[in-house]
Design a protein. Structure first.
Length: 138
């Protein structure tokens, strides 16, 4: 049995990601929430991923998301360092999108986790990690 986490890895983090302009306390609380969500979907003895990776981040906020979306990404990636992958320099591709309330969007295929995020009444972040760096380009 392999101790590598099975890819693609998908999971949800409840809440709205913190911004770089937020407090250290809110950052730490958010990052712990991300780590708890990751640990719920990978075995406790899983090895850290060492290969180049792609990360998809879909943010489903409860209201219009203030500030720049790129300021939300760093805290998410940093939280997964030494939990999913060794270091965030392994991230070669990032896809980030916010889906604010009332926005109309269609997906050609929905995973269980993405469907749950789309149907959530509470703010949630959908995360997908894969070693297929061109997955969304096909």
């Amino acid at each position: 049995m392999s101790l590598d986490p099975l890819l693609p890895l998908e999971f949800l983090v409840q809440g709205t990601p913190t911004s770089l302009q937020g407090s250290a306390r809110s950052r730490d609380e958010w990052q712990e929430r991300v780590r708890e969500a990751v640990r719920a979907v990978i075995p406790p003895d899983a090895w850290l991923l060492l290969q180049p990776l792609a990360v998809t981040i879909y943010i489903f906020p409860a209201t219009v998301l203030p500030g720049d979306i790129d300021n939300r990404v760093k805290h998410i990636l940093d939280a997964m360092t030494r939990v999913v992958y060794l270091e965030d320099r392994q991230i070669h591709r990032i896809v980030v999108q916010k889906f604010e309330p009332g926005a109309i969007f269609l997906f050609s295929a929905l995973s269980r986790d993405l469907a749950e995020a789309m149907n959530s009444r509470e703010p949630v972040v959908y995360l997908r990690i894969t070693d297929d760096l061109h997955e969304e380009l096909r």
